[in-house]
Ligand binder design. Structure first.
Ligand code: FES
Length: 517
């Protein structure tokens, strides 16, 4: 089992052994590229660069796949979350074609890596079905169908799908796929090291210095490179991209069925948020994987209840024998629907980023690998301007984004003066966390299963928003840009790079006791 940025164990992390690196970094060397982040984006980019003849070092703060790669549901799609009708409207018909072609090329790259390096990761090609269950959804489906076909994806309309849902109509898309994402990343990590690349785990980057070669500071020493790639899901520090990406949580479960009727394809309904389904076979056991119930990070307090709701949805449609795993994970939704891949705004020209993949990280990771490899090796890539993090956003996307951020601010201000008082601490149940107020100062409090209280200053160290307790993941989550911390305030997800301040609760309780006596 590997560690992940969540308390709930995912199917993937529970069915692999930790990756053991076979390489050692050379502190005297100047690498061509240092990649920060050892998820699917970091490792696939590293492999592509290394195969292009560059010398690369991957620095991962925890273990490979600690972040969203260990918590995804691993759909490889050209039928993307942002419909081609939206891409055409917000960008252009040409852009829609480019995105479709880039997505298909990304899946082809995954397939080629698997074949070339003999990776055992349960990869299977599949069809995907996007299905409408109401007349209203059918209208939307018709628009999506037309734009998807125009973009070049192989699609057809059908009123029958190999899933047990009632529906009005569906789009069937060919050329999709599924796999075990952690087995895949471990496989390409091995290929990367065999090609001369180097991986260092448990190595958090704490600073960059540019002069003009970049020096990267970590607790394991300093390393030098000509180029830096941030593949950390969202870059650290304070950057324009934090204003262009909204963090979301998604919920997933892996179930055993009573009747062996495991669907082999991929399916998506058209609810908002939508639910998604597929099957993966691991060690000869089939698992139905279902997901959905997405919400903005930090905006839904009763995260436990969302698992109950998801399970009810799955049980309504499938003959579920047992829910074996249930987990949640985080993704970043771009303001205008397309990812940000390229030069990181505000940084020297040798610093690159890939983020804002929405729910299509498995596919966009390999789009990013291609675009970044071409940019770093000086090759033209027609996608570099489309995905440029510096692009001017269409007005519609910007308006929606501003509206969301206004919501976050109002939410924060509204809760400011309604917090509980210190003496109410004792009412916390084991496993419960909340914000309380004591002598005008707020605290984030959590009582663990052993009854011990953990207290932190709930002010996010990134840009000072107030964190919220996530009961399912036992973490403090920031609604502004998605930073997450464990119950003692240690960073588990960026962009924050400093822990929440821990509060000495014993001293406060003693003070409260003296005041009362
Ligand atoms: Fe930016 Fe918390 S993540 S303020």
């Amino acid at each position: 089992m590997i560690l992940r940025d969540g308390y709930t164990p995912s199917l993937w992390q529970s069915t692999v052994q930790p990756y053991v690196s076979s390489s050692k970094p050379d502190p005297a060397a100047t690498y061509d590229v240092i990649i920060v982040g050892g998820g699917i984006t970091g490792i696939s980019t590293g492999l592509m660069l290394q195969e292009a003849g560059l010398r690369c070092l991957v620095l991962e703060a925890r273990n490979l796949c600690f972040g969203t790669t260990g918590g995804t549901t691993a759909h490889l799609n050209t039928l993307l979350d942002t419909p081609y009708s939206t891409i055409e409207k917000k960008f252009s018909a040409t852009a829609a074609k480019q995105v479709a072609a880039a997505s298909a090329a990304a899946i082809a790259t995954v397939r080629r890596n698997i074949d070339q390096h003999g990776i055992q990761c349960g990869f299977k090609e599949a069809d995907a079905y996007l299905f409408a269950q109401t007349k209203q959804q059918q209208k939307e489906l018709a628009d999506i169908f037309e734009a998807t076909a125009k973009a070049g994806v192989s699609v057809s309309l059908t009123d029958a799908i190999p899933f047990p849902f009632t529906l009005v109509q569906a789009i069937k898309a060919g050329g999709q796929a599924k796999f075990h994402p952690v087995d895949y990343v471990h496989g390409i990590a091995t290929a990367f090291e065999k090609a001369g690349g180097c991986i260092l785990q448990e190595c958090r980057v704490t600073a960059l210095e540019h002069s003009p070669i970049t020096t990267v500071t970590t607790p394991q020493g300093k390393f030098k490179a000509g180029h830096i790639v941030y593949a950390t899901h969202i870059p650290p520090g304070i950057n324009l991209l934090h204003l262009r990406c909204s963090p979301y949580r998604s919920y997933a479960m892996a179930c055993l069925l009573d009747n062996e009727a495991y669907p082999q394809d991929l399916a998506y309904d058209m609810e908002d948020p939508y639910n998604y389904y597929r099957t993966q076979t691991i060690n000869c056991v089939d698992y139905l994987i279902a997901g959905g119930k997405d919400h903005r990070t930090g905006e839904e307090v009763n995260t436990e209840h969302l698992f109950t709701e998801l399970e009810a949805t799955v049980r309504t449609n499938f003959n579920v024998k047992e829910v074996v795993y249930r987990w949640s994970s985080q993704y970043f939704e771009p303001a205008d629907g397309l990812p940000y891949i390229g030069h990181l705004p505000g940084q020297p020209s040798n610093v690159f980023v890939a983020t804002g993949f929405g729910g299509n990280g498995m596919t966009y990771s390999h789009v990013a690998a291609r675009v970044l490899t071409d940019m770093i090796t000086g090759k033209d890539n027609e996608l570099s301007s489309l995905f440029s993090p510096s692009r001017i956003k269409p007005i519609a996307g910007f308006t929606e984004f501003v509206a969301h951020n206004a919501g976050v601010a109002a939410n924060f201000a509204g809760k400011l003066f309604s917090a509980e008082k210190l003496h109410e601490l004792v009412e916390l149940a084991p496993g419960e966390g909340k914000i309380v107020q004591h002598e005008g100062k707020k605290m984030g409090l959590f009582k663990d299963e052993g009854g011990q209280l953990h207290a932190v200053n709930p002010t996010c160290t990134h840009m000072k928003c107030e964190v919220k307790w996530n009961a399912a993941e036992q973490s403090w989550d920031c609604p502004c840009h998605g930073a997450r911390y464990d119950c003692d305030g240690k960073v588990i997800t960026g962009p924050a790079d400093h822990s929440l301040e821990q509060i000495n609760l014993a001293a406060l309780e003693e003070k409260a006791r003296s005041a009362a006596s």
